[in-house]
Design a protein. Structure first.
Length: 64
């Protein structure tokens, strides 16, 4: 699993420490969601059949 970080990078990485994820930092996160998608997709293996995008910072969405 790939986690793209932007704002509060250190806090996100600390919260997910120990999980089997690969972090990719998007230094251009303030330029919009597209830059984060581009950052994450750019590190996918060439043989990937597809992706699932899950946003982690959606306002008004509560954890179950």
């Amino acid at each position: 699993m790939i986690v793209v970080t932007g704002h509060q990078r250190e806090r996100v990485e600390a919260a997910l420490a120990g999980l089997p994820v690969e972090f990719v930092h998007n230094a251009h996160f303030a330029d919009g969601l597209g830059t984060s998608l581009r950052a994450g997709i750019s590190v996918l293996p060439g043989q990937s059949d597809g992706v699932i995008v899950c946003l982690g910072d959606m306002p008004q969405v509560d954890a179950p």
